[in-house]
Structure formats: structure tokens, C-alpha cells
Design a protein around this ligand. Structure first.
Ligand SMILES: C[S@@+](CC[C@H](N)C(=O)[O-])C[C@H]1O[C@@H](n2cnc3c(N)ncnc32)[C@H](O)[C@@H]1O
Length: 236
């Protein structure tokens, strides 16, 4: 089994990155996720890998009764401080502290590429979902994961220098507007995610390749290559 990424280490940087208005790509893509992928609130929504809590807070604003889970105690502290009434629980996504069929919706927003045990985490999600429950996912698009733009102009070439195939370790430090964040996790081809869904008995209901809201500046090129993949799975 791979070793988990220690998110406590990057927690302060992540909070600055995630909470600085308009800084992170989340603000460009969350509309597509909440409006297209996430169903109307039901009895209970579990977020796996909530981090500092922005997705859980957005779900609550839309009427969801949320239980949010993360491995990082430090990030859970930030989440709880921003939302005193919210329910935040420390757990590994591959060992969720919920009983079988205890919720009708699970959300994993930019989490599946960060967990050491992808099949185990997806199997746990399937276990806690009730029949006809949904699993809503955002991951770095596997094409984006496989390559990079060679330049900053809108028409820059997108190059895959290595291989698209195989699950591989990812580590990258990004610096922008005085903020710095090191992301560590795994890059996976599409098949890796889909096999995990298949083995957990989940069926694909929707796949979307959203484009950013902004059509100018540094997001222009992301209208040519997808940054994220959105999916909704159903437990039959
Ligand atoms: C990129 S952050 C996303 C946070 C949040 N979903 C958001 O979009 O703002 C990934 C999160 O996954 C959590 N994580 C990584 N591995 C995990 C695991 N095995 N179990 C639970 N959470 C995990 C990290 O602690 C981190 O908070």
C-alpha cells in the first residue's frame, strides 16, 4: 500500500490558497459542479476529503445536511473554526466511520487523486451509500494530469512528454500572486478511476468536462484542454 500524503504539512498554505478570493480554480468550476452534477439535497450528504471546508460550506448553503470527513486534523480545525455548527470528523476515506447505506449522497471534490488507496476509498463510499445513492466526483482531468502547456499564451502547445498510462506519484509546487502551494498525490489515467467505480459496483450516470467561467487571462487555454473531470455515479 502507498503511503498517505501528509496534508497537515501544507495546511496553512492550502488555507491561504483556497480562501483567497478568486485565487484557486475552484471559483471557476464550482458552478458547473453544483449546478450540473450535485443532485438536490436528500437525507444526508457525506463529503470525503473536506480540507478547510469550502465544499461542505457550499453544500450546506444549498440545503444539504453535511457530515464532512478528512484525514488532516489541522485542516479539520480550520474547517470547524469557519463553521462552528458543522459536523467535521477525522477519518481515512478508506475506513469511513459510517454504517452501511447511511447516506444518499457522497461528494469527493479533488480528493480521489490524493488518497493512497483509491479502490478502498471508492469501495467505502459505495458501502455507506443507500441503493440509488449518488457519488459526485471532481478530479484533475487525466489528460491535464498527463501533460502540461509549454508556455502561457492562449494557443500554447500542450505536451505529454511521458506516458498517459499508469498511476504515478505527483508533486508540484505552484507560485502565484504571492501564494505558494505544493500539491502531492497521484496522477491517474481515466481507466484507473473507472475500474475503481466498477469494482465498487457503481455505475456512471454523468461525465462532464467543464470549461472555466473566465474566457480571458490564464484560463483561456483551459477552453482547449480540460482541467477537471466531473462525474456522477449511482449505486444500483
Ligand atoms: C485538494 S484537498 C481538497 C479539499 C476540499 N475537497 C476542497 O476542494 O476544498 C484534498 C483533501 O483530501 C484529504 N485527504 C487526502 N487523503 C485522504 C484520505 N486518505 N482520507 C481522507 N482525506 C484525505 C486531504 O487531507 C485534503 O484535505
Amino acid at each position: 500500500m502507498d503511503e498517505e500524503v501528509d496534508w497537515d504539512r501544507e495546511a496553512d498554505n492550502w488555507v491561504r490558497w483556497a480562501r483567497t478570493a478568486g485565487h484557486d480554480a475552484y471559483w471557476q468550476y464550482r458552478g458547473a459542479f453544483f449546478e450540473v452534477i450535485v443532485p438536490a439535497p436528500g437525507r444526508r450528504t457525506v463529503e470525503v476529503g473536506c480540507g478547510e471546508g469550502r465544499v461542505a460550506r457550499d453544500l450546506q448553503e444549498r440545503g444539504h445536511l453535511v457530515v464532512a470527513v478528512d484525514r488532516s486534523l489541522k485542516l479539520l480545525g480550520y474547517a470547524k473554526a469557519a463553521d462552528r455548527e458543522g459536523t467535521y470528523v477525522q477519518a481515512n476515506g478508506s475506513r469511513l466511520p459510517m454504517s452501511d447505506a447511511s447516506c444518499d449522497l457522497v461528494v469527493a471534490y479533488n480528493t480521489l487523486m490524493d488518497v493512497a488507496d483509491l479502490p478502498g476509498t471508492v469501495a467505502e463510499v459505495a458501502r455507506i451509500l443507500e441503493p440509488r445513492g449518488r457519488f459526485c466526483v471532481c478530479v484533475t482531468h487525466p489528460l491535464n494530469d498527463a501533460g502540461k502547456f509549454v508556455g502561457t499564451e492562449p494557443g500554447a502547445v500542450f505536451e505529454i512528454a511521458g506516458s498517459y498510462f499508469g498511476r504515478r506519484r505527483f508533486e508540484g509546487t505552484f507560485e502565484r500572486d504571492g501564494l505558494s502551494m505544493t500539491f502531492r498525490g497521484w496522477s491517474s489515467p481515466l481507466e484507473e478511476y473507472v475500474v475503481a467505480f466498477e469494482r465498487a459496483g457503481l455505475l456512471v450516470e454523468m461525465i462532464r468536462e467543464p470549461v472555466p467561467v473566465a474566457t480571458t487571462g490564464r484560463y483561456t487555454a483551459w477552453h482547449r484542454i480540460p482541467m477537471f473531470l466531473h462525474a456522477r455515479l449511482i449505486k444500483p
